[in-house]
Each structure stands twice: as C-alpha cells, then as structure tokens.
Design a protein around this ligand. Structure first.
Ligand code: PHE
Length: 356
C-alpha cells in the first residue's frame, strides 16, 4: 500500500476512535466515503494516473474502500451498543428504593358532621335545601316574624351590608339558616321535609363563638304534624348522631319568634368529665318548635290546613361535643396537626346508624 493510502487508513481509524457518538461517527464516514470525501476524491483522480500504474492503484483503492467501510460499520456497532447501555443505565428503576410517602387528604370535622347529619336525616326522608349567605332583611327576619325593632334582633349581632337603595333595609349576612325555611316554603308546595346545612354569621368572637359558623336547620310541613313528631324526630337524630342509644333528651319550653310553641332541647352529660349520656347534668343543644302560623302565612302556606315543625343547631357545637374538641377557633385555622387529629379518613365509611 502506498504511503498516502496507508496514512488515509491510519487517519480514518484514529478519527473513528475519537468519534464518541453516532453524530461524530457519521461526520467521519461522510468525510471519507461521502461525495466529497477523501477516498472518493482519490477514486475520481484515478483517470489521471498513468496507464501502467492505474490497475494496481485502482485495485489498492478498492481494497482500501472495502476495509474502511468495514471499519466504519464496526465502529457504528460499538457506538450504538454504548448508546443503548447509557440509556438503559439512565432509565434504570431501583425496585429496592423505599416508596415516597403519599399525602392523603382528610375530611374536615365540619364536613364530616354535615355528611353524617345528611345521612341520618336522609334516612328519615328529608332532602337537602340551600340558600344564599347574603340575605334580605325580610328573608332573615321579617318573614320569620321578627319585624324591625323586635327585641330578638338584638340577639343576633347582625352583620349589615350597604343598602341596595336609599332607605331600603340593608341586606345582611344571614344570622341563621332559618331564611332557607322561608325560601323553601315560597318555592315548593307542601308537604315538605328539608334540612339545610350552611354558613351563618354573627359579630361575635371568642373560644366558643366565631363570626362565621355553620348551622343545620330542619323543616317539616304536613297536614297533621304534631309536637310528638318533632320530639320523635329529634330524639332519633340525637341518639343516632352521638351513637348513644339511650342518650337522655329533654324538651324545655322556650321562645323563638318563628315557632309556637318553642322548645329548647337538652341532652344528658356529665359536666365534670364532659362525657355525654346519663351523667346527671343537662346540656342545651338545639332550638325547635312548631312553625308559627304567621310564618306559614308569610310564605304562602295556609296555616288552617298545614302545620309543621322546625329546628336549628350549631354544626361546630355538636361536632365539639361528639369528638371532645375544646376550642372552636382551630376549626378555621387549617393547622395540619389539628386536622390530623380530628379529621376523618376519606376512605372510612360514613357513619350510618341502624334503626333510623
Ligand atoms: N334559628 C334559630 C337560631 O339560630 C334556631 C331555630 C331554628 C329555632 C328553627 C327554632 C326553629 O337560634
């Protein structure tokens, strides 16, 4: 082999060794065998070689071409294998690595209580009704037999909003869920059986009062409902909700402008230990009564044909009692430690009691 061919072979071999990836390899291939590659150029010059040398020169060039092609292909094989190895190494899955901790959300105690309430009242045939948080004075007070200047208004620590028209009574943040009673009676024909769960607002803030809290409201309207139905419904609910089959329940005469007669409801507990049940003490838990005939009439229902009962209770309050939560404020603080302690697993079945 002549010197120039030998050095082309050596140079090509060296360049192939230096080519670290397939791109570099392809550049070498093109620079030798490509259209303007070095070997191609030598083949083109063959015509100018003196006739007596041409045969040998041609044969040598062809041999070199075959050799170089073989070398180039071999290097391609090496580089492809190396690239595959690198990819496999990069994509390797360590099946022995410990799993990453998975964060699971949980059900806030208020949502959990409301789900439980909905399940119990749902089993009794109540459906769920809703209403707006921003209410007219009439829905929140007037229709419920609490006219302007009625002393009951003073109990509500109302948040008033700017009036929508000069001289008009200002809208309010609803101080209770009872306006949804009004909306339901105006919208639907009796007989009715609804529960309402939602946010309510009063300008009050300490360990047992929050300016925003939740209430559950119930309303049943039919032709012949009595105080007995009201009592049976609430006794069943309270025993089922607290999971105490013999929970003492006491009805005590009271006053609400929108019910007549009105009753406050107490449950038995032990004041010293906080334990619910037959502990000898009484704890007030909710307000109730027979819907006042004036309220029925205000909502377009004939009180000589229809009557009904209603009740309302604080969702936070019953949640605190049920789970022994001492302070109201953490309900709204989103402290993950508190939530871990009191929130429910989303995978736990909803508490549904037999016999409701
Ligand atoms: N709305 C009353 C309150 O917030 C509770 C209640 C509702 C009382 C229905 C009687 C009937 O205090």
């Amino acid at each position: 082999m002549t010197d120039d061919l030998q050095s082309l072979r050596d140079d090509t071999e060296a360049a192939l060794r230096r080519a670290a990836d397939l791109r570099a390899w392809d550049a070498v291939r093109v620079s030798v065998l490509g259209k303007s590659g070095t070997l191609t150029a030598l083949l083109k010059q063959l015509g100018g070689v003196p006739a007596e040398q041409r045969r040998d020169r041609g044969a040598a060039l062809n041999r070199l071409k075959d050799d170089l092609a073989t070398l180039i292909e071999a290097r391609r094989g090496e580089l492809e294998a190396a690239e595959l190895d690198a990819r496999l190494a990069a994509e390797r899955v360590d099946v022995t690595a410990p799993p990453r901790p998975r964060e699971t959300g949980s059900i806030h105690p208020i949502s959990r209580t409301m789900e439980e309430m909905a399940a119990i009242f749902g089993a009794m045939g109540f459906t769920i009704a809703e209403g707006p948080d921003v209410e007219s004075d009439w829905h929140n007070f007037g229709a419920l037999n609490i006219p302007a200047h009625h002393p009951a208004r003073a109990d509500h620590d109302t948040f008033y909003l700017p009036p929508t028209a000069p001289g008009a009574p200002p809208p309010v943040l609803r101080t209770h869920t009872s306006p949804v009673q009004v909306r339901t009676m105006l919208r639907e024909k009796p007989p009715l059986r609804v529960v309402v769960m939602g946010r309510t607002y009063r300008a009050d803030h300490d360990a047992t009062h929050s300016p925003m809290f939740h209430q559950l409201e119930g309303l049943a309207i039919d032709r012949d409902l009595t105080l007995g139905h009201l009592k049976g419904c609430l006794i069943d609910f309270l025993r089922s909700f607290f999971g105490i089959a013999d929970l003492p329940v006491r009805f005590r005469a009271s006053y609400f402008p929108f019910t007549e007669p009105s009753m406050e409801v107490d449950i038995g507990w032990n004041r010293r230990t906080g334990e619910l049940g037959g502990g000898g003490d009484w704890l007030e838990i909710l307000g109730s009564g027979m819907v006042h005939p004036k309220v029925l009439a205000n909502c377009g229902i004939d009180p000589t044909v229809w009557q009904g009962f209603a009740f309302g209770m604080g969702v936070e309050r019953v949640t605190m009692l049920k789970h022994g939560i001492p302070d109201l404020r953490p309900f709204y603080e989103g402290d993950i430690r508190w939530l871990r302690h009191y929130a429910a697993s989303p995978f736990a079945p909803t508490m549904l009691h037999e016999g409701v």
